[in-house]
Design a protein around this ligand. Structure first.
Ligand code: SAH
Length: 244
């Protein structure tokens, strides 16, 4: 296993299930970027740093209760053997929400270390000792941090230079300007759905009138955001007011 910084962006993943990686990150855009050396990763299994005969990595919680907790001593040995850690992230439902702004920020870190929790999670002292940055995917509970780490990495990798051909794609995308994206249409311009209804593409899109297309897209973005995400829309209005 190489710990050298092999690509402009490197993910060092601490996981009890290293065989899960790269998983879907090995396919499509992120897979091609991995082959092209735009990003790289390595995994380390804390089990390799367990000292007892049974290679124990977890134990029952002090104070009682269900489930098991990942041991601080074993995790610390794992982390110490793999420094520098770079930005140290623990995937956790208690973390700050993963947003596009945070994703964008993470693209600037040349190296991330991501700790994937399992069972009930990780001993708090380990998180305190290493100043872990806790990041959550949302208000629901997954069975492990690996899935969450892969989603975080997917979002970061697609923003790295040269992964997506046309960088303009990103500036238009949902959340970039506190707006959801406008609807997309492609050929055929007239499509008959399964019920026999003829569905046409909004006329403005086939008009070839660039400014009108822009205005329509902006209006659709605003309408959808106001309808679906009043929280985002309020932020958008605030920022638009400031930049006036
Ligand atoms: N007992 C914990 C949940 C443990 S789930 C609680 O109630 O908060 C096991 C692991 O899955 C966690 O340690 C974390 O690494 C990961 N995980 C679960 N849900 C997640 C989420 N919404 N975002 C990020 N990671 C999550």
């Amino acid at each position: 296993m190489t710990l050298r910084h092999t690509a402009p962006f490197h993910a060092h993943i601490v996981t009890l299930f290293p065989e899960m990686f790269p998983g879907f990150l090995g396919q499509s855009l992120s897979g091609k970027a991995l082959e092209r050396g735009i990003w790289s990763f390595d995994t380390v299994n804390p089990r390799a740093y367990a000292t007892d005969l049974h290679k124990t990595v977890d134990d029952a919680p002090f104070g009682g209760g269900a489930g098991m907790v990942m041991k601080p001593d074993v995790l610390s040995k794992t982390l110490e053997a793999h420094k520098p850690l770079g930005r140290f992230i623990y995937m956790s439902p208690r973390g700050k929400p993963l947003t596009q702004a945070l994703v964008q920020e993470l693209t600037q870190a040349p190296r991330l270390t991501i700790l994937c929790g399992r069972y009930e999670g990780v001993d708090q002292r380990l998180l305190d000792a290493y100043g872990a940055e806790e990041i959550s995917l949302g208000d629901y509970v997954l069975s492990g941090g690996e899935q969450a780490a892969m989603i975080l990495l997917d979002a970061v990798i697609r923003l790295l230079p040269d992964v997506v051909g046309n960088m303009e794609t990103h500036s238009e995308e949902s959340f970039t300007r506190h707006l959801l994206e406008y609807p997309h249409y492609t050929r055929p311009a007239e499509w008959q759905d399964a019920e026999g209804v003829i569905r046409k593409v909004p006329e403005v899109l086939t008009s070839g009138h660039h400014a009108k297309v822009e205005a329509w897209r902006r209006a659709e973005s605003e309408r959808l955001t106001a309808e679906r995400r009043p929280d985002l829309f309020a932020k958008y209005l605030e920022i638009s007011k400031k930049s006036e």
